[in-house]
Design a protein around this ligand. Structure first.
Ligand code: ZN
Length: 263
């Protein structure tokens, strides 16, 4: 399978962390200030990489030997519009994953926003309906419903097929892809820091490199350009998080529930 390098951003805020996306401190960790975000884009642009494109514009495998770059944005916070504008001003396009239960809430995109992002050439995909915790451990019917209903809602808004999705909080497991494939999803993004892709359940599974607030622009550009040291750092972080998720499940859950204001 071809290599595709995807980076993962969340919200980009101007005055307070809670102005876009999910509220709370843990979500805030992934929210960048506007100036910080612009510095990241400058640093990435300075590497002379292929411009990030919409999913449908991905080059055919091995077309020129370079690893394509995808700029993905999770959650569907209202700052997606700002992010999309900053990308488009460089001729770049993003892939925006929307949590469909929150469409139209004050800190999330509206139906009209989604239509606009799509019309501007960005890809719209699902980030599930409810942003469930530990999605991989839900009953199969629930996993299927999270994909099927969110895809149906986005297709209703856009009037065309939606075939990409990202898994909340990195809780990927093969059954999550199998359910996704049954609902027509062909591109499924995880949070595993890798540019290697593989197929499962009818989906291409793609990893992503996560960016958080305080990460230096240079480090973000290192991730986007595949510099070994930055990649190794993310791999180490991923392995420790994975261990935490496996061995400290209840604690992790409690923390995340607090963070996202769930009951
Ligand atoms: Zn998310």
């Amino acid at each position: 399978m071809m290599k595709i390098r995807s980076i993962l951003y969340h919200d980009v805020v101007e005055q307070s962390f809670d102005e876009s996306g999910f509220p709370g401190l843990a979500a805030a960790r992934y929210k960048l200030w506007r100036a910080e975000f612009d510095a990241h884009l400058d640093a990435i642009a300075s590497r002379g990489l292929a411009a990030p494109v919409a999913l449908h514009a991905l080059p055919q495998p091995a077309q020129n030997g370079a690893t394509p770059l995808l700029f993905t944005v999770d959650d569907g916070g209202v700052s997606a519009l700002h992010i999309a504008g900053r990308l488009a001003s460089r001729g770049w396009r993003g892939v925006f994953f929307i949590t469909t239960d929150h469409i139209g809430e004050p800190t999330f995109v509206s139906r009209a926003d989604i239509v606009r992002l799509h019309a501007d050439g960005h890809t719209i995909g699902s980030h599930t309906c409810s942003h469930p915790f530990r999605m991989s451990e839900l009953p199969p019917a629930r996993i299927h419903a999270e994909w099927a209903q969110s895809i149906a809602k986005l297709q209703d808004i856009l009037g065309e097929r939606v075939d990409s999705a990202s898994v909340p909080a990195g809780f990927y497991a093969p059954p999550v892809a199998e359910a996704a494939g049954k609902t027509g999803i062909r591109w499924l993004f995880t949070s595993e820091p890798t540019s290697a892709t593989h197929e499962h359940g009818g989906c291409v599974i793609l990893g992503r490199y996560s960016v958080y607030r305080g990460m230096s622009p240079r480090y973000a550009a290192d991730l986007a350009s595949g510099r070994a040291l930055a990649i190794a750092g993310q791999t180490a972080l991923w392995k420790s998080k994975k261990a935490a998720k496996t061995f400290a499940g209840p604690v992790w859950d409690q923390a995340r529930r607090r963070i996202f204001n769930l009951k």
